[in-house]
Design a protein around this ligand. Structure first.
Ligand code: PEP
Ligand code: MG
Length: 560
């Protein structure tokens, strides 16, 4: 039975549909094939077909009440129906260029104009590229790139998914996701958990499974069963239902069975994620990934724009904690207006807080925007810096944040050196938040984006557990709180172990919240501590989990 790494719990079943490969740039020397006026008619027909297809999708989106999606599609239809595009392409074909190259170059002219206009217009470049690729796909007879369009539920199989693919995924239609690449902390995993879709990553050969084959995907165990028998599907669904019932029963604030309070918070990427966080019972925000607001942009976010984006989130959580992380650009989250693409090892390069050392204008402006929101909102606003490696980094950030007027400035512990020297860093920071995704990547020297290295990227790896224990210990000596906001916190079994290691709050993708609350409510602090002790003694990630489960009977009962 093929197996990958389960990264988003739940069971999904359905026929396989594959993500079509991206359209490559047409040959710059491609010659016109046949008569120019016939080719012009072909280009006009292709753009019309694309507009009609987009219109059908826009109508469907509005009928389902997805107004935002419908608006984006309507804007794309306007772009695709611009007669200037076909005319510009006809002129290029008149010079002898192939139809697909002519359309590529004509779109290029419009693209440059949009990008140069900056702001909102520049943000539409990706939409324009999408239309261009659709037209080229029609002209060249290739499958339309991106997420397959379907009215019937299906299991999405892809080499990997990029953050920009999110928009095309409909959680009511995509019953599970399986990818060849990606690890437990890759974007695919985070995205799947955010949308509550069961997912398996790092499954070798996934794209070789025939389109249409029915598969059963277990997002917890990582098992993918080809052409499952009806009773296998029923059994898997029954276990999933048992887990869902436990999650549903866990309401109210997070606490262990014996009443030790552990705040259970949400990781968000912007105001659009707030409703989901609230619906799942988040007690606030433990990680606001501010760079997600600015992906796919070529210009720096303005002050007012930032204030609006932070204020909207802060207003949604009056008297609750909202922890905002300053821009974490670079490596897996590149931002064109700050990152340099020529670094040989971007994950080890000038990323996160390090970007501010030479150009602190972006950080200073962000801190000023946050300070304004702190005074204008009723949320308990905390700020923290990503990629802090030593005491200098810690002091640098803390000074800057307090100078800007912020009351509570902490650091993320995601570089092993910071965990090991946490007793020193805790003197200069107001709190810690452990980013287990990067902490694992750096501790095991395993790029979190590379599926072939998924084995190293498990936060159950004993090396990671020891670093977490050290960070929590360093914080407690100085009487500072220490949360976890990496994906480790979303694993109900590991969540109990983290609490046993001394972690005081847990922050995760919203759909994971109910199950984590259930896991805490099912066990005492002592059971969590016992689970943590034996997990620290494990020689491998598997041993650590197995040993911990022996002290967490409620979770073992649920087959987790
Ligand atoms: C982490 O590294 O664990 C983390 C929470 O940050 P991100 O996943 O955004 O890098
Ligand atoms: Mg990180």
């Amino acid at each position: 039975m093929p197996k990958g790494v389960g990264v988003s719990a739940g069971v999904g079943v359905g026929p396989v549909r594959k993500m079509a490969a991206p359209i490559t740039e047409p040959d710059p020397n491609g010659q016109l094939n046949g008569d120019a006026s016939a080719e012009k008619a072909r280009v006009a027909a292709a753009t019309k077909a694309v507009s009609e297809d987009l219109q059908a999708r826009a109508d469907k989106a509005s009928s389902l009440g997805r107004d935002e999606a419908a608006e984006v599609l309507e804007a794309q239809i306007m772009m695709a129906s611009d007669p200037g595009l076909v005319d510009a392409a006809a002129a290029k074909m008149g010079e002898g260029l192939s139809a697909e190259r002519a359309i590529y170059e004509s779109f290029g002219t419009f693209r440059d104009m949009l990008a140069a206009a900056g702001g909102y217009m520049a943000g539409r470049v990706a939409d324009l590229d999408d239309i261009r690729d659709r037209v080229i796909a029609v002209l060249t007879g290739q499958p339309v790139p991106g997420i397959p369009e379907s009215d019937e539920p299906f299991v999405l199989v892809a080499e990997d998914l990029a953050p920009a693919d999110t928009a095309g995924i409909d959680a009511d239609i995509v019953t599970a996701i399986v990818t060849v690449q990606g690890g437990p902390t890759s974007h695919t995993a985070i995205l799947a958990r955010t949308m509550g879709i069961p997912a398996v990553v790092a499954m070798e050969g996934a794209t070789d499974v025939e389109t249409g084959t029915t598969v059963l995907v277990d997002g917890s165990s990582g098992e993918v069963t080809l052409s499952p028998a009806e009773e296998q599907i029923e059994r898997a669904k029954a276990v999933a239902a048992k887990r869902a019932a436990a999650a549903k029963a866990a309401t109210g604030p997070g606490a262990t069975k014996d009443g030790e309070r552990i705040s259970v918070l949400a990781n968000i990427g912007g105001p659009a994620d707030v409703a989901d966080a609230q619906d799942n019972g988040a007690e606030g925000v433990g990680l606001y990934r501010t760079e997600f607001l600015f992906l796919d942009r070529n210009d720096k976010p303005g002050f007012d724009e930032q204030v609006r984006a932070y204020q909207e989130v802060a207003d949604a959580f009056p008297n609750q904690k909202v922890v905002v992380r300053t821009l974490d650009a670079g490596a897996d989250k590149p931002l064109p207006f700050v990152n340099n693409d020529d670094e040989p090892n971007p994950a080890l390069g000038v990323r996160g807080l390090r970007l501010a050392f030479n150009h602190d204008d972006v950080l200073d402006e962000q801190l000023r925007a946050l300070a304004q929101v702190q005074s204008d909102s009723h949320a308990d606003l905390w700020v923290m810096a990503p990629m802090v490696a030593d005491l200098n980094d810690t002091k640098y950030f803390h000074d800057k944040a307090t100078t800007a007027g912020l009351n509570t400035a902490g650091i993320m512990i995601e570089v092993p050196s910071a965990a090991i020297t946490s007793a020193h860093l805790a003197k200069a920071a107001d709190f810690f938040s452990i980013g287990t995704n990067d902490l694992t990547q750096y501790a095991y020297a395993a790029d979190r984006q590379i599926g072939a290295l998924a084995r190293y990227q498990s936060p159950w790896q004993p090396g990671v557990l020891h670093l977490i224990a050290q960070a929590a210990q360093g914080a407690s000596v100085e009487d500072k709180v220490c949360g976890v906001c990496g994906e480790a916190a979303a694993d109900p079994v590991l969540a109990c172990v983290l609490v046993g290691l001394g972690v005081t709050s847990l922050s995760m993708s919203a759909p994971a919240i109910p199950m984590v609350k259930a896991a805490l409510a099912g066990h005492t602090l002592e059971q969590c501590r016992n689970a943590a002790d034996v997990a620290l003694g494990g020689a491998t990630a598997e041993d650590a989990k197995e040993a911990a489960l022996a002290h967490l009977p409620e979770l073992r009962e649920l087959g987790l």
